[in-house]
Ligand binder design. Structure first.
Ligand code: PGA
Length: 251
């Protein structure tokens, strides 16, 4: 049985006190969430510590939206994986399309970051997804396949149990346009097949989340697909009620 996961990517939203209120709101509603669903939240760096304190004693995992590609040293402005561990993080989101698009994230830095994260015992939510033009040109499988092969094929097989993949079509992120459940399922099956090409049977156990305008009204249909194991949620993760409603959307 693969894990069912709903992960909130708060992006550059909430100041510290708002983040704590949001986390406390989630904590107060956890009784509504089926026990086989894992919840994860990735607040901004500045209040990861406060959010992890607010969620202490719950099963909600706290993580970061990025990490440095070096372990420590003279890298002004960067945040290392050890720093993240020291404030309560157990996972990191890597390769988000906003980081690829606006901050030049590429497979070289992602190879370094995934290695550092896994070696430090972190789980990694590794994001892949095509742009609208890729899909219109019929290149979406090639683009996603390459994003996977250029980084995840280099990963040590022993870490596959710590890997979560998020398929986030760029054209669906924050746009209100969701991939249809069949478009998403088709890509998730392709991702699983691509991972099986390198990791064999272990690929069966890797959770693959859908991301891109996932919300309470469409989560159930998406999560009902055989290869969709949950969601990476942006906008709808900023309201505790919506986040919890999404977590209750598994059949
Ligand atoms: P969205 O973002 O739910 O606001 O579309 C998802 C994401 O980028 O992770």
């Amino acid at each position: 049985m693969r894990k069912k996961i709903v992960a909130g990517n708060w992006k550059m939203n909430t100041i510290k006190d708002e983040g704590v209120v949001l986390a406390s709101g989630i904590a107060s509603k956890l009784n509504d969430v089926p026990s086989d669903v894992t919840l994860m939240v990735a607040p901004p760096f500045t209040h990861i510590y406060n959010v992890s304190e607010a969620l202490k004693g719950t099963a909600v995992e706290v993580g970061a939206q990025n990490c440095a590609d070096h372990k420590s040293g003279a890298y002004t402005g960067e945040v290392s994986i050890d720093m993240l561990k020291s404030v309560g993080c157990s996972f990191v989101i890597l390769g988000h399309s906003e980081r690829r698009e606006y901050y030049g994230e590429n497979s070289d830095s992602l190879n370094l970051k995934t290695d550092l994260a896994f070696e430090s015992g972190f789980s990694v939510i590794f994001c892949v997804g095509e742009k609208l033009s890729d899909r219109e040109d019929g290149k979406h499988f090639d683009v996603v396949g390459e994003q996977i092969k250029s980084v995840l094929y280099n990963m040590k097989p022993e870490f596959s149990g710590k890997l979560i993949i998020a398929y986030e079509p760029v054209w669906a992120i924050g746009t209100g346009k969701t991939a249809t459940s069949s478009q998403a399922q088709e890509m998730h099956a392709f991702i699983r097949k691509t991972m099986a090409g390198k990791f064999g049977k272990d690929a069966e156990n890797i959770p693959i989340l859908y991301g891109g305008s996932c919300k309470p009204s469409n989560a159930a249909e998406l999560f009902a697909q055989p290869d969709i194991d949950g969601g990476l949620i942006g906008g709808a993760a900023l309201k505790a009620d919506d986040f919890i409603a999404i977590a209750k959307s598994f059949k």
